[in-house]
Design a protein around this ligand. Structure first.
Ligand SMILES: [Zn+2]
Ligand SMILES: [Zn+2]
Length: 353
């Protein structure tokens, strides 16, 4: 006797041509040939919109329900992106392509209340906490169970202080399934810089280095007064000169502070990094747990201890990557992706103390 399983998926518009067919066959019979159209009772069908996510192959026989992959768990669902800086331009596409998700941006959401780059409102707490707070703020405003937010931090590279770096976080909250995950990206691709200016000096070389005017600038008086206001989003030379003159006049030290505007809509370099991160998050949400099929399977940690190639002692270098599920306790420890299996001698505390 053949036991068949029927799963119904919440799909708004089933495509006409593409069908995914699978059946549970408890007697281990060979799978039937794929049939693009069959009656509703004849097996399990999972209509898909995006063939690039078809995994495993088009027709497969599953021995039990838990093996059946959950494809596109957020298909057709609205997800809130908490931004007032136009990040939907780079976030909407990855989420639509990989997951069939529709991105919503709540109007009049004041994400600046969680902190600004120009320090008028200091950011309280760690960037990751602020990022989740921002996602939840958007979800509350939009009344949606899914939320996305991004948070960037800029500063000198931890080990090379003369090089600027950008650390970006993207957070995703799913209140229906009860999990929240994040992905990060550390990059040296940033124009982050600032400069003090006393009077009308030529900034030509510096302006070129910070990609002005395709990237915006901020000007504020150098002052100990915490209430100082900055002129932001400066993208023309005339505006820049006038802003420097105003800031110098208002500063007790007759000095203006010119800095790069790191808000995404005035910083195409940062916007490109947010796009990369959005693709990473969308791919992760489209990856099911190998054990329970819950969405969001991905790397959540690393373990150190790569052995020294001379003496074999564990070093501070990453040995393996830890993958975990958002729903069950399934966990996998995988060797590092770059294939490195031994640490160089200069990283060994014994050979190079
Ligand atoms: Zn799982
Ligand atoms: Zn060693």
């Amino acid at each position: 006797m053949i036991h068949r399983l029927i799963l119904r998926y919440r799909v708004r518009r089933p495509p006409k041509t593409l069908r995914y067919e699978a059946q549970a066959n408890t007697q281990g019979r060979p799978p039937r040939a794929a049939s693009p159209v069959s009656s509703r009772r004849s097996g399990l069908r999972m209509p898909l919109r995006c063939p690039s996510l078809l995994e495993p192959p088009m027709t497969k026989t599953y021995m039990n329900v838990s093996e059946i992959p959950v494809l596109k768990p957020y298909f057709g669902r609205k997800t809130c992106l908490a931004t007032k800086h136009g990040k939907e331009k780079v976030v909407a596409r990855p989420f639509r392509h990989a997951l069939g998700v529709e991105i919503m941006v709540p109007a009049d959401l004041d994400t600046d209340s969680l902190g600004t780059f120009s320090n008028e409102i200091p950011r309280l707490g760690k960037p990751l906490d602020v990022c989740f707070q921002k996602a939840r703020m958007g979800m509350a405003a939009a009344g949606l169970p899914f939320g996305i937010a991004n948070e960037g931090s800029f500063g000198p590279h931890p080990s090379m202080p003369f090089i600027a770096s950008d650390y970006e976080i993207i957070a995703f909250v799913d209140d229906e399934r009860g999990f929240s995950i994040h992905e990060t990206l550390f990059s040296l691709k940033t124009n982050y810089a600032h400069r003090e200016v006393c009077g009308p000096v030529e900034l030509d070389e510096w302006l070129q280095a910070v990609k002005f005017p395709s990237h915006g600038l901020i000007v504020q008086p150098k002052s100990d007064n915490p209430q100082i206001t900055a002129e932001k989003g400066i993208v023309s030379l005339a505006h820049l000169r006038a802003a420097i003159a105003r800031a110098t006049a208002r500063s007790e030290r007759a000095t203006a502070l010119v800095a790069t505007d790191m808000r995404a809509h005035f910083n195409p370099t940062r916007m490109a990094l947010i796009r990369r991160l959005a693709f990473r998050m969308a791919r992760r949400l489209a990856t099911p747990c190998p054990s329970c099929q819950a969405p969001g399977w991905g790397m959540t940690g690393q373990s150190k201890g790569l052995p020294c190639k001379e003496c074999g002692m564990p070093t501070e270098m990453i040995l393996s990557e830890i993958f975990t599920c958002t729903a069950c306790t399934h966990r996998e420890e995988r060797p590092r992706l770059d294939g490195l299996r031994e640490a160089p001698i200069d990283r060994c505390p014994c050979c190079n103390p």
